[in-house]
Design a protein around this ligand. Structure first.
Ligand code: NDP
Length: 330
């Protein structure tokens, strides 16, 4: 038996609980991992609370990421004792995930733990941090260099936003953070933000084109905020868009794209090709300040994950939540 958060569906109701699960019920896969740490991402919170149809089959163990030690492997790339991490691939949505003492997955989905990270640090970064790195790389591919001007990060006090602020400032960008929690300004400046703006400045419908201000942007919010960010991009600027914390819609016009050559670069971490994942983790090992990583991390035990999920969706969590599970391996 192993302990896990289990999401069950009873008629129309979704119910999550801390449960003992028989390991005979683990799904098919060629690598079994003893989980050391998992995390609580926005998508996990949606799954656990049932606020959005993230889970595709029930019962489901949530947890879109985990880091741990290989217990058994029939995969040529891994052997017992190897330290590994996993992000995405539908784990925690359609395949049992990481908020559990054990996980069994397809070995092709794993990445070897990247030096110099510990298992704990790998999950302090987690899917949110690795997605933040993918966003930064998307800006770089579109020639958004530090000399081009200010770079905006929305949802800055959340998981993706916090890591994006830390990465961009370390890389020499002038980072402007947007937050709905002005009380987090000190935290955001400590992560490297040069300036902090109130989200309220971005939530009302604006003109198709506003004054040009941002050379680049990382957006986790979507909706009206993303529309207003696009309208204020500098000529040939790029927005890396990865989230929908403020909504799925995008009430914009083509004006920023056809008149200013703005690029809207979509970022997906779930099905991201393996070479790019490995490159993102390599870049994190170079470009993320580990002291800042500690400052943006909160630990929540497995039994408290369900209440933390509700707090996260209420916008009350700062930075990243990591969930220690089998920490003696870390
Ligand atoms: P968090 O909950 O940690 O952060 C989201 C932040 O968005 C909040 O902290 C808050 O920041 C802001 N926010 C919350 N609600 C609203 C709202 N109604 N309007 C405007 N801003 C809001 O989540 P994550 O950082 O883990 O994820 C952020 C988004 O990115 C999510 O939508 C998630 O699904 C997506 N994501 C996408 C991935 C991909 O592969 N494309 C991978 C990982 C995440 P503040 O208080 O500072 O304003």
């Amino acid at each position: 038996m192993f302990q896990a958060i289990l999401i069950e569906k009873d008629g129309g109701d979704v119910r999550s609980s801390l449960s003992d699960v028989d390991d005979q019920r683990l799904p098919p896969g060629d690598v079994t991992v003893r989980v050391a740490y998992s995390t609580l991402n926005y998508k996990d919170a949606l799954a656990i609370t049932g606020k959005a149809p993230v889970v595709r089959s029930f019962p489901m163990i949530p947890g879109i990421d985990f880091a741990g030690v290989v217990e058994h492997s029939d995969h040529p790339a891994y052997k017992t004792g190897d330290k590994v991490a996993l992000n995405g691939w539908g784990v925690g949505e359609q395949h049992w995930g990481g908020l559990a003492q054990q996980a069994r997955v397809n070995g092709d989905w794993l990445v070897p733990l990247q030096n110099p990270f510990t298992l704990r640090q790998a999950m302090a970064i987690g899917t949110a941090g690795y997605t933040a790195m993918l966003c930064v790389m998307a800006l770089e591919w579109h020639d958004v260099t530090p000399d081009k001007g200010e770079v905006l990060v929305t949802g800055a006090a959340g998981g993706v936003g916090s890591v994006a602020v830390a990465l961009l400032s370390k890389l020499g960008y002038d980072v402007v953070a947007v937050t709905g929690r002005p009380e987090e300004a000190v935290y955001l400046r400590a992560l490297g933000a040069k300036d902090v703006l109130d989200r309220a400045q971005f939530t009302e419908p604006g003109k198709p084109l506003a004054k040009e201000r941002w050379a680049g942007a990382v957006d986790v919010v979507g909706g009206q905020v993303l529309a207003n960010v696009c309208a204020a991009m500098k000529y040939r600027g790029t927005v890396a868009a990865c989230g929908l914390a403020g909504g799925m819609s995008l009430p914009t016009t083509v004006a920023p794209f056809i008149l200013r050559g703005v690029t809207l670069a979509g970022v997906d971490s779930v099905m991201c090709p393996k070479e790019l994942r490995i490159e993102a983790w390599r870049r994190l090992s170079e470009d993320l300040d580990l002291d800042k990583l500690d400052a943006l991390t909160e630990e929540v035990g497995l039994p408290d994950v369900i209440s933390a999920a509700a707090r996260l969706l209420d916008g009350q969590i700062r930075g990243r939540i990591i969930v220690p599970i089998g920490t003696e391996m870390a």
